[in-house]
Design a protein around this ligand. Structure first.
Ligand SMILES: *Cc1c(COP(=O)(O)O)cnc(C)c1O
Length: 338
């Protein structure tokens, strides 16, 4: 039995999800006529108490559309150096928006209001115009770390005081909500735009949503078209999203519990230097020089456990919907035997 911890994107639709997908009512979404997509957009916007939402093929697209809508060419975007928008979106901030980036070095992906404040450029023609702050919650490279909401509110105040837009890459926001007992509405109030992924821990095959004001989402529809992301009868995918929002949010606690159990076993291995604190469904650990990450990933693969080397000395495991309790027990046994 292969146990795949490479990412929470590897999940397959459950039978219940497939049933609603097959039965979905669909239409041409570029004409605004897909009832399932319209339902999903309304439902998500209501959950977050935001005006509107737009369904897109990927979280990269929702982030990149948001950045494009919030900036002008030559502007500067503030984010943590590990942020997905900077590290893993193909240089899109530069190529799509013509913007530059000011990197901050936060604590496991989380930046502070004080850091943001000191990173804002003065109003000086020599300097790039700072226009946007992007946060990521949970932070992927931070090992699934969650923001303290009080810090988010402080950053929001800094943004307001300085006329900056405030975007959240919430690819795994539902993990943070479940782990911290924060609410979607709190986030809807704090941010100008939020991207959420349905294809990560919520178990959908495809899809992300960008939430924001009516004006932002209107602008985003044109940008999505220009990026080639306008889809037609994509309601089959939106039906999966509706199903996931109803059925796959509360169960995330199970993934978090599983991640903690596996992390305990990993932390006992003598080749492991440290395991980052496990707050949600991601486990990242650092190895001693005697065990390069590529070697461990290879040895685990021989044991049918798929993991991912995110650095020469760091390995990541992501727990998800398709990881059963039996798989967790078996993974722990195989680690113990290594
Ligand atoms: C996966 C991910 C995204 C979006 O990725 P896509 O594969 O384009 O959907 C964005 N941000 C973070 C933090 C992610 O982990």
């Amino acid at each position: 039995m292969i146990i795949d911890f490479r990412s929470d994107t590897v999940t397959k639709p459950t039978p219940g999800m497939l049933d609603v997908m097959m039965a979905a009512r669909v239409g041409d979404d570029v004409f605004g006529e897909d009832p399932s997509i319209n339902d999903l957009e309304v439902k998500a916007a209501e959950m977050f108490g935001m005006d509107a939402a737009i369904f897109c093929p990927s979280g990269t697209m929702t982030n990149q559309i948001a950045i494009k809508c919030h900036t002008q060419p030559g502007d500067e975007v503030i984010c943590d150096d590990s942020a997905h928008v900077y590290q893993y979106e193909g240089g899109g901030i530069a190529s799509n928006s013509g913007a530059s980036v000011k990197l901050l070095y936060g604590d496991r992906g989380r930046i502070t209001a004080d850091q943001v404040k000191s990173a804002i450029n003065p109003d000086d023609p020599h300097r790039a115009n700072t226009s946007l702050v992007c946060l990521e919650n949970t932070s992927n490279r931070g090992g699934g770390s969650c923001y303290d909401f009080a810090e988010i509110e402080k950053i929001k105040t800094v943004c307001k005081d300085n006329g900056l837009q405030f975007h959240l890459d919430g690819a795994r926001l539902f993990n943070a909500l479940v782990a911290t007992k924060q609410t979607a509405r709190q986030y809807g109030e704090a941010f100008d735009s939020i991207s959420i992924c349905l294809s990560k821990s919520l178990g959908c095959p495809v899809g992300s949503l960008l939430l924001g004001t009516k004006e932002l989402v209107k602008k985003a529809r044109r940008t999505r078209k220009a990026f080639g992301g306008g889809m037609r009868q994509a309601g089959f995918l939106a039906a999966a999203g509706l199903y996931a929002l109803d059925n796959h949010v509360d169960r995330l606690q199970e993934d978090h519990d599983h991640a903690r159990q596996i992390a305990v076993a990993i932390s006992k291995k003598d080749f492991v230097k440290t395991v980052l604190p496990v707050e949600t469904n991601i486990i990242i650990f650092e190895l001693l020089p005697s065990m390069p990450a590529s070697e461990l990933v290879g040895r685990l693969k021989e044991q049918q456990i798929l993991t991912y080397a995110i650095a020469p000395n760091r390995v990541r495991l992501v727990v998800h919907l398709d990881i059963t309790k039996e798989m967790v027990d078996s993974t722990i046994q195989r680690f113990n035997a290594l």
